[in-house]
Design a protein. Structure first.
Length: 453
């Protein structure tokens, strides 16, 4: 079939992804379905036949960016009337957004949610026939297996182990748009990992909104007599023949157990990097967030983790400007950051999400106060990250080659088992996936620089 721009190439589908690793994994599934339907997949084509936006609504900025892109599609579609425009993901699971798209954005041809990606082949067929399709399920009907995937990398792969979230943090929209927790069976996860190793993937990241909750909802005894939890799954994945590195995201501090710490420390292939969102350092704020721990308990957890894995890198998410947060409470967060000494952290300003408990709270913090606090927090965390990286000078890291540096093709880039980005000049020809030993010679806040040994 001809392209919209008049060329004779195959139909092209462009996928634009906003948000988290779960959305990135959804993009691979959507790409798999589209490829099976005869589309060539592009992530940068300016004039595709079909464009699908995978959206995020966790923070206001991501939502605004998505709507901005959708608005631009109106002008492009006026120039190319045969262009098909689709939107999916968390944003359309919110009723107000779905209603706005339905009524105010008639140029959008396809709308589907987080619970019906498996129905994409039928939806695409209907859109190709000229129908405007809007299908958003309120809740998931279970866990769908056997969906295709067109992986964005030939080196590293995401593997979903569960979907949804039961934590209901008061600021978070995820349980409402991703649904309640649903775990994949152990064998289904292992089969996918085995297939990935056969295809040559060197690193697997196990994905869930809260991987520590894995196993809830599985039938009792379905996987034998052993307790089915995340630690059990890690042990099983570690035993997969040919597996290289195992990572996971994301963990909740409330149920990061001592058993999980011990299992992580004992497993050869599990990388010593943990992303452990703290969100705040003040106990009243943490309680209002429904996080289920205090600042002291969080720091005690870090001590146990670092005692078991001295080389571990710990990263976090930190929020400023939660409703009613005082200057003194913000300073508690700053003090926790000083004590925790995160290797890095995602810092962000609280933004109300309609439908959450926090959005209905009084005493919302003024934007100028939020901006001042985020600036101070970033300055502090950046200084800590630099200090921690400077401590690595003279140390040697095992690094997996990912490819050339974006700034210098003669310099290679890759990540250590602690998820540190490392740049170095190779001694010999190296290819992606090779494991090398790099001695650190210099460091910036976010990057290590070294020499291959």
């Amino acid at each position: 079939m001809s392209r919209l721009d008049g060329s004779t190439e195959n139909k092209v589908a462009k996928i634009v992804t906003f948000g988290c690793q779960m959305n990135e994994r959804d993009a691979e599934t959507i790409a798999g379905f589209l490829a099976a339907a005869g589309y060539e997949i592009s992530y940068d084509c300016q004039v595709p036949d079909l464009v699908i936006f995978i959206t995020c609504c966790v923070r206001e900025n991501a939502e605004n960016r998505a709507f901005g892109n959708l608005g631009e599609m109106k002008n492009l579609k006026e120039r190319y009337p045969k262009l098909l425009v689709g939107i999916c993901g968390c944003m359309v699971q919110e009723e107000k957004n779905l209603r706005y798209i339905r009524e105010k954005m008639p140029w959008i041809d396809l709308v589907f949610g987080t619970h019906n990606i498996h129905r994409l082949p039928e939806l695409i067929s209907r859109v190709d026939s000229g129908e405007r399709v809007i299908e958003v399920f309120d809740e998931a009907k279970g866990v769908e297996e056997g969906m295709p995937a067109l992986r964005s990398s030939s080196l590293k792969a995401y593997v979903n182990i569960m979907y949804g979230c039961d934590n209901f943090c008061t600021y978070c929209i995820v349980p409402y748009v991703r649904g309640r927790e649903r775990s994949r069976g152990v064998e289904a996860v292992l089969d996918e990992c085995r297939e990935l190793t056969r295809e040559g993937f060197r690193e697997i990241t196990l994905l869930g909104q809260n991987v520590n909750s894995y196993g809830k909802g599985l039938l009792s005894g379905a996987e034998g007599s052993a307790k089915v939890d995340f630690a059990y799954l890690l042990e099983k994945v570690n035993d997969v023949d040919g597996i290289g590195r195992i990572r996971f995201a994301t963990s909740h501090p409330r149920d990061f157990t001592d058993r999980l710490i011990d299992v992580m420390a004992s497993l050869e292939n599990v990388c010593h990097h943990i992303h452990l969102p703290v969100q705040a350092g003040n106990d009243r704020v943490l309680h209002e967030m429904n996080r289920g721990y205090t600042g002291e308990k969080y720091l005690q957890l870090l001590d146990r983790i670092r005692s078991a894995m001295p080389d571990v890198a710990i990263t976090s998410d930190i929020m400023v400007g939660f409703p009613k947060e005082t200057e003194e409470e913000f300073l508690d967060t700053m003090e926790l950051v000083r004590l925790a000494r995160f290797d890095s952290a995602f810092t962000f300003i609280y933004s109300p999400r309609e439908g959450t408990v926090a959005a209905r709270m009084e005493d919302q913090i003024p934007e100028d106060v939020k901006r001042d606090r985020i600036r101070r927090l970033i300055d502090l965390q950046s200084s800590i990250a630099l200090e921690k990286n400077l401590e690595h000078i003279g140390q040697t890291f095992e690094v997996m080659v990912e490819g050339p540096s974006e700034k210098d093709e003669n310099v290679l880039a890759g990540r250590s088992r602690q998820n540190k980005m490392v740049h170095w000049r190779p001694k010999s020809l190296r290819k992606p996936g090779d494991i090398v030993q790099v001695k650190v010679d210099d460091a910036h806040a976010w990057t290590l620089f070294g020499s291959e040994i």
